[in-house]
Design a protein around this ligand. Sequence first.
Ligand code: UN1
Length: 513
Amino acid sequence: ATDFGIEEALKQLGVSDLNKGTSTGSDWFSNGDEISSFSPVDGNLIGKVTTTTGSDYEKVIEKAQLAFKSWKLMPAPLRGEIVRQFGEELRVLKEPLGKLVSYEMGKSYQEGLGEVQEMIDICDFAVGLSRQLHGLTMHSERPGHRMYEQYHPLGIVGIISAFNFPVAVWAWNTALAWICGDVCVWKPSEKTPLCGVACQNIIAKVLKDNDIPEGVSCLINGDYKVGEMMTTDKRIPLISATGSTRMGKIVGATVGERLGKSLLELGGNNAIIVTPDADIKMTVIGAVFGAVGTAGQRCTSTRRLIIHDSIYDKVKNAVVDAYKQLRIGNPLDENNHVGPLIDKDAVSGYQNALEKVVKEGGNIVVDGGVLSGQGYESGCYVKPAIAEADNSFEIVQHETFAPVLYLLKYSGDVENAIDVQNGVAQGLSSAIMTNNLREAERFLSHAGSDCGIANVNIGTSGAEIGGAFGGEKETGGGRESGSDAWKVYMRRQTNTINYTTELPLAQGIKFDL
Ligand code: UN1
């Protein structure tokens, strides 16, 4: 716990009394409509941000293009030094920023701090990487020739992020894009605009202190129409978008139309398989955190438990008992496990899912419901619910961004559970709980999970920075943050150099003059 409140946090982040919107670094300008940011925690107005108009956008792109000219010429390790300083600022501001994330988005304060920690981790990762942007060397088939490949900066990277990770997803993209020599234009979710301004303030100070052009980091605000300015803009070679599959299909198609690149991080429908050899205690912790953490609003949240029939009742009872311990309330109070949903639309989506699962023949085993009364005035607090269901139900096939967990039963071999796990349109995260080596290896093999993330004896959420993050099928195929995800932020060039006095042609082609 900290000894300061949200007012003090807003001050430290420079977002109290806010009426700002579009920015290239510290230089604010914006002429569009206002967005009011209301906290789902208590329903109070936190601040207002003005949206980006078409002419504001043009100014931003001009500044970004100008900044790219000098930024791309700076040696990568020196760009890494800027990212290192950004990470240092984040360490200093971890508590106020974690608090703002919790207050504006609604996740628990612990998870708000965890999100800022992910930003710090990606900065550390990027600093090391800034000295390792290496390509391969190859042997040429032609005598006296040398071949190698190198990676060059791309240009402007457009980032569209979602409300559920209002700061970390931006940092996953920017920390890598910056060391790669790119400049970034960010449109945060219109549901969490103050988190966007707070982050922009932090990086703007670092850039200013180092005399780096402010256009290296730009912020634009507004709804999908502002996002469209970027997706249709040929001056932006890469769009990195996080959000629903519905949004991603539109972004992918629009960017594809102009043959731009897109990096898509879309919906998940993540399952944990619980086999007869599972450790039940670990299963319960993994499943409950996965299902109710961030109030079920992570793209990695656990949506389905696929349980072997021989232990079905035991696992079901243990999970139901654990749900009885959950405390729902103000996420800044560290005694609570579950905070509010982002807004009332999300509450309707949750209610709709519960109605639908019953209509389709499901059986509710932990009741849901919207909480009211003292402490719940915002109308966004809901009870995490559990329903017994079948994988074929339409609602089970669909990602509902809320704490609704479906229990599914399997019998026979683990192959049957894997079929169920893979039997959805999404392919982000997956897990198996087992102490059986054969089952675990089967699950991880090419005959196993079809997801971008597959875990053993860990839940589906809470990935760490070193690994590539992303998923297959309707999750969009993009990879961010760890491993060699940096390559998408650069353009690859193959170079062949001839150091002889002859000019032999490849493939042995004869061409004599
Ligand atoms: C997301 O929900 O968009 O693996 C990202 C996790 C977090 C990131 C989630 N590290 O749950």
